[in-house]
Unconditional design. Structure first.
Length: 222
């Protein structure tokens, strides 16, 4: 091997090691920040009057958990994810159990972060006319929300972190060969389910006249 090739191999090896070291350091910082936010968030939610306290229970263990768990299991069955489980009763049963666990983990990340950042996790129907403007509003509302303190728009970091984090954690019990990237894809499915539920909420027939327009979304949960 020539000196030039040896030097290049040295640069290449050093670059890879530096990259992995940087990724580990970044990962540690992200995990530390997430843990801090979760700790503060859960502490805030333990107060009896905090509105997310009861919502967390209902959306994780109550009847409101049925829709996301069922739709998540059906979605994974349709795309056969993970494919090692196959389709049919056995595979679907595993996906239902996984969907329940993912929903529980997602909410355990989503609600504390939303509590810390004062993010409104509720959906408000659009006051716009026309199918496409309302559809766009429903889809955008999956990743953009409003602060409960001042009503200003902000990134729905709680919902995004909950979906991606739960998918990555779920990869730990997935079959061999199901990577972290597959877990991130599972998180994408969770966000897709949330988007689908928002679309259903937007276009579901209105039975009451007290629908709250987006631009008048109340500032609560302070």
């Amino acid at each position: 091997m020539t000196d030039g090739k040896k030097q290049w191999r040295g640069f290449e090896t050093g670059g890879v090691l530096a990259f992995h070291k940087g990724m580990r350091r970044s990962g540690f910082i992200l995990v530390s920040a997430l843990s801090f936010n979760l700790t503060i968030g859960f502490a805030a939610m333990t107060t009896p009057k905090h509105p997310y306290r009861e919502e967390y229970k209902q959306h994780t263990f109550g009847r409101k958990a049925i829709a996301p768990v069922a739709s998540g299991a059906v979605g994974r069955e349709i795309i056969n994810s993970p494919h090692q489980w196959g389709r049919g009763a056995s595979g679907f049963g595993k996906r239902v159990g996984t969907s329940f666990a993912i929903n529980a983990i997602k909410n355990s990340i989503q609600y504390p972060i939303a509590a810390v950042r004062h993010e409104d996790l509720h959906y408000y129907r659009s006051d716009q006319k026309g199918f496409f403007p309302r559809l766009r509003h429903a889809l955008v509302s999956t990743v953009v929300t409003r602060r409960t303190t001042n009503g200003k728009k902000t990134v729905a970091s709680g919902r995004i972190a909950g979906s991606l984090g739960s998918g990555i954690i779920a990869s730990s019990w997935a079959p061999a060969g199901f990577s972290v990237a597959g877990g991130a894809a599972t998180g994408g499915i969770s966000l897709g389910v949330a988007a689908g539920i928002n679309v259903a909420r937007e276009f579901w027939p209105r039975r009451h006249a007290k629908t709250v327009a987006v631009k008048h979304a109340p500032a609560h949960h302070g």
